[in-house]
Design a protein around this ligand. Structure first.
Ligand SMILES: N[C@@H](CCC(=O)N[C@@H](CS)C(=O)NCC(=O)O)C(=O)O
Length: 206
């Protein structure tokens, strides 16, 4: 197995997952800013030209961060990050979808509409990026209300792929020099808990 990766939000989600599993997968760095994701070699791995991509020993390529995480969860079930009972799995899935659709999508749109390297890929509208900054903050505020019951993590009270999905948005915010405001005290508590994870340290961290 080999992981094609970069210092970028979605690759960093998979890094966080791998870190928590305590596994070691050889990596190949692909330079997004140098345009390497648009080169034929990478398009052969993922026709969307995105990272991360997991290459299996039989040559199969798996992209989409969640699909890679699901594959690794099946190979390395402990600690469970997708839930080990039907009820836990459903609750973690519910929160993961919410984090993808509300938090990660808004955050991703900010980068897509502002970072010059994406100008050939998306019809960039800086004004739309501004609406997405507001949407992101509105969605964090919504999450803040839900976390007011005092739980540490987003789904249930265990660190899961739902937290890792929302951490993707923290990675984006780091790139865009944005912060969670102190007024969102419950999200701040969650942020402190996930920032204590060792994935934030070292060359592949945020
Ligand atoms: N839905 C994909 C999104 C992957 C994605 O957007 N990756 C970005 C980095 S965060 C990328 O590789 N962009 C390079 C490009 O578009 O050229 C996932 O979940 O993995």
């Amino acid at each position: 197995m080999k992981l094609y990766t970069a210092h970028a939000p979605n690759p960093l989600r998979v890094n966080a997952f791998i870190h928590e599993k305590g596994i070691d997968i050889p990596t190949v760095r692909v330079d997004i800013m140098a345009g390497e994701t648009r080169e034929a070699a990478h398009l052969a791995r993922n026709p969307l030209g995105e990272l991360p991509v997991l290459e299996l020993d039989d040559g199969t390529h798996i992209s989409e961060s969640l699909a890679i995480c699901r594959y690794l969860e099946a190979l390395y079930p402990e600690p469970s990050l997708f839930g080990s009972t039907p009820k836990d799995a459903a609750i973690i899935e519910m929160w993961t979808r919410r984090m993808e659709l509300l938090i990660m999508e808004s955050a991703g749109n900010i980068g897509r509409h502002l970072i010059p390297i994406f100008a050939d890929k998306y019809e960039q509208m800086p004004d739309y990026a501004e609406t997405q900054k507001r949407a992101l903050m509105k969605h964090w505020a919504w999450l803040n209300d839900d976390l007011s019951d005092g739980r540490t993590y987003i789904a249930l009270d265990q660190y899961s792929v739902a937290d890792i999905t929302a951490m993707g948005a923290l990675f984006v915010m780091g790139f865009m020099q944005m912060e969670i405001p102190d007024s969102l005290e419950h999200v701040k508590r969650w942020e402190s808990a996930v920032r204590a994870k060792p994935v934030w340290e070292g060359p592949n961290g945020a």
